[in-house]
Design a protein around this ligand. Structure first.
Ligand SMILES: *Cc1c(COP(=O)(O)O)cnc(C)c1O
Length: 451
């Protein structure tokens, strides 16, 4: 029989009040398993820290999103936003489930080709497309979303050179009541830039205007803003039809839906107050049905949702390195995952649970990463039980943007594991070592050391 661990006695103020309007929260069970696989086994096998993705959660989340839209609108297509998480295994799950690809660079474009996405189902966004990138996209018959006039002119030029009629859409920025407005991408609707681009495309005769696109921001919790965006794009498409007797094939409303995460400083937890796919779908579909389209001419609705489709499927497991008292007397716990791996901790109060049973003694804790940097804080203030050196925690909803924006800094980046729907863990990105090819260092002759 093992002896019970001693814990020092603690006097704690009784927190009787302050339930939210949804009552008191009690997420008081340890997160010992992810999709039936023990956290302790994962760490033993693949090390710590460790990113873990759940295929089951990805598929379920995508199905929820699809259902929300297809039950309200007849023609819907999702396109997976590569920059949100472009690990090939993750992209392939989305493609297998029917999503197209949405890319914003030549690198991402080639990744999509490598994942065997049909060129016609690749949407090429962003301000940075080289002439070679555009050539590649034209040859593959992809959907090129024009960001600025320089790109428009280059495309007209390339269309002549390649003797083909590229399929294009224009990115439009517009006032939806969300400020600051993202007006650095695409053409502004209200000041006439969008019409200027449309007229140039139509009069050139060289490009096929297939769609209208907007992406109003990210983590936008106002569903009304999407209703406005959808109404304005629909009206523009109808005006184009009336002026040029020409039907726009699709309206692409971009991404930006919130995940379940809780934004820093928000009063109530994200899962209780964040809009759901149904809320967004209702706002968008209502606008489109209320617009002047005849039922049979309703355009295809494309959604480039990134964050909301992958955040909940990703976990970050981390190990406690140390506990200490700050000068103020409050507790600080140091873990082996820092902001270089979890940059979203600057925006969110990530939900965090211990991975093993714990005592009832909770204390407000500053949860720090391992970097020798004062900014390396995962949670400024979180109620945690005493965690001992070597114990694990699980950080929730880390699947969006962290894998694409993490930095190799001070330490090497950890492995990424995917738990398949059948419950098997698979490494989908190896843990980096000193031989990390990403380091790419070279020593000039004059700094060679004598052997
Ligand atoms: C980043 C991006 C997305 C995905 O945005 P989320 O906020 O992750 O949903 C979609 N479309 C474009 C053009 C983007 O730049």
């Amino acid at each position: 029989m093992t002896r019970k661990e001693y814990e020092r006695p603690l006097i704690r103020k009784l927190e009787t009040g302050m339930p939210g309007k949804f009552g008191m929260r009690n997420d008081l069970n340890p997160k010992t398993h992810i999709d039936e696989v023990a956290v302790s086994d994962l760490v033993r096998k693949y090390g710590s820290p460790l990113f873990v993705f759940s295929e089951e959660t990805i598929v379920q989340t995508l199905n929820k999103a699809k259902r929300a839209f297809t039950t309200r609108y007849p023609r819907v297509q999702f396109a997976w936003s590569y920059k949100t998480n472009y690990l090939d295994s993750i992209c392939r799950i989305f493609h297998r489930e029917g999503a197209w690809a949405e890319v914003v660079s030549g690198f991402e474009y080639e990744k999509a080709l490598n994942n065997q996405v049909d060129g016609k189902k690749i949407i090429f966004n962003g301000p940075d497309k080289s002439r070679e990138d555009l050539q590649m996209a034209i040859k593959n018959d992809s959907l090129i979303h024009i960001d600025h006039l320089d790109e428009l002119y280059e495309l007209v030029d390339l269309a002549g050179e390649l003797n083909s009629k590229p399929k294009v859409a224009i990115r439009i920025n517009l006032d939806t009541g969300i400020y600051p407005q993202w007006d650095r991408f695409g053409f502004n609707l209200e000041n006439g830039q969008a019409w200027d681009a449309i007229n140039k495309i139509m009069h050139s005769g060289k490009l096929e205007l297939t769609g209208l696109h907007c992406h109003i921001g990210t983590f936008i919790s106002s569903t009304g803003a999407y209703g406005i965006a959808a109404a304005k794009l629909a009206q523009l498409a109808i005006d184009i039809r009336n002026k040029y007797k020409f039907a726009i094939k699709y309206l692409d409303l971009g991404g930006g839906f919130v995940s379940r995460n809780t934004l820093k400083g928000s009063y109530l937890p994200g899962p209780d107050v964040n809009p759901t796919f149904d809320d967004y779908a209702e706002a968008i579909a209502t606008s489109l049905h209320n617009s002047g389209f005849e039922t049979q001419e309703l355009p295809l609705l494309i959604l480039e949702t990134g964050r909301a489709l992958i955040d909940e499927a990703g976990y970050l497991i981390s190990t406690v390195l140390a506990n200490k008292r700050l000068a103020s007397g409050s507790r600080s716990t140091v873990i082996d995952a820092g902001v270089n791996l979890l940059f979203t901790s600057f925006w969110y109060d990530h939900k965090i649970l211990p991975a093993q049973p714990f005592s009832q003694y909770f204390e407000e804790t500053l949860l720090c990463g391992p970097l020798c940097m004062n900014i390396d804080v995962i949670r400024n203030s979180i109620n945690l039980p005493l965690l001992k050196k070597g114990e694990r925690i699980v950080i929730f909803s880390t699947g969006a943007y962290n894998i694409t924006q993490w930095m190799q800094f001070i330490t090497m980046r950890p492995a990424v594991v995917l738990i398949s729907s059948s419950g098997e863990p698979h490494v989908i990105r190896k843990r980096e070592g000193r031989d990390n090819p990403g380091l790419m260092e070279q020593i000039p002759g004059f700094l060679e050391l004598n052997k």
